[in-house]
Design a protein around this ligand. Structure first.
Ligand code: B4P
Length: 186
């Protein structure tokens, strides 16, 4: 099963994705986590990505498409995958569709986490206080929200046309959200 968790920054993609992947028995892959690891390790990918991430911009598709290809081509993705934080643009979604369909697969479910903007900013500022992530500052958060509306939200219509989108209320208790998610992707 190939499941995608879609939502604005701070909507709970990582938080919910980890629990849901365990429940479904499939690996979870987050491009955000992979990029942060690449930045930390100082790899060529990390060096290219860092400036964009810190400013709250998406890493360009020309840089990310190789990573997506690597993920979907990997041994761990053979039996299904929970995709957390990617695709994030229509070009990335088309690439995912192309790679999966060449392997006889498709995106089976897209869970769209709905959270109020005010709550999103509060969560990200809360994480900044705890973890100090370099892109969790007020300027970058506003930029990430703008970029989300401009480049990532169009994916909802893209996947609605495939009939695979399930909207999930993403506010409130983490366990209650998880229960709703499980029903949505079943
Ligand atoms: P991501 O790592 O995906 O970061 P994110 O959108 O902020 O979501 P994340 O998963 O971390 O947060 P979550 O909502 O779980 O991306 C970071 C950057 O990498 C992007 O800006 C971009 O530059 C780059 N990037 C990544 N993928 C890319 C791609 N495919 N193409 C181009 N660029 C890419 O949680 C947020 C906080 O809320 C946490 O502190 C959590 O504890 C809290 N929280 C979660 N659920 C809660 C709840 N129910 N109640 C209260 N708090 C909650």
């Amino acid at each position: 099963m190939f499941v995608l968790i879609l939502g604005a920054p701070g909507s709970g993609k990582g938080t919910q994705g980890t629990i849901l992947a365990g429940h479904l028995g499939i690996p979870q892959v987050s491009t955000g986590d992979l990029l942060r690891a690449a930045v930390k390790a100082g790899t060529p990918l990390g060096k290219k990505a860092k400036g964009y991430m810190d400013q709250g911009l998406l890493v360009p598709d020309s840089v990310i498409l190789g990573l997506i290809n690597e993920i979907l081509d990997s041994e761990q993705a053979r039996g299904g995958l929970l995709m957390d934080g990617f695709p994030r643009t229509v070009a990335q979604a088309m690439a995912v569709d192309r790679i999966l369909s060449a392997k006889g697969h498709r995106v089976d479910r897209v869970a769209m986490l709905d959270v109020d903007e005010q709550e999103l900013a509060q969560r990200l500022l809360g994480r900044a206080a705890k973890e100090g992530r370099s892109d969790d500052n007020p300027q970058s958060i506003q930029q990430r929200l703008r970029v989300y509306h401009q480049l990532t939200a169009p994916l909802i219509a893209y996947y609605e046309s495939q009939g695979v989108v399930r909207r999930v209320a993403g506010m409130g208790d983490i366990n209650a959200i998880q229960q709703r998610l499980r029903i949505a992707v079943a």
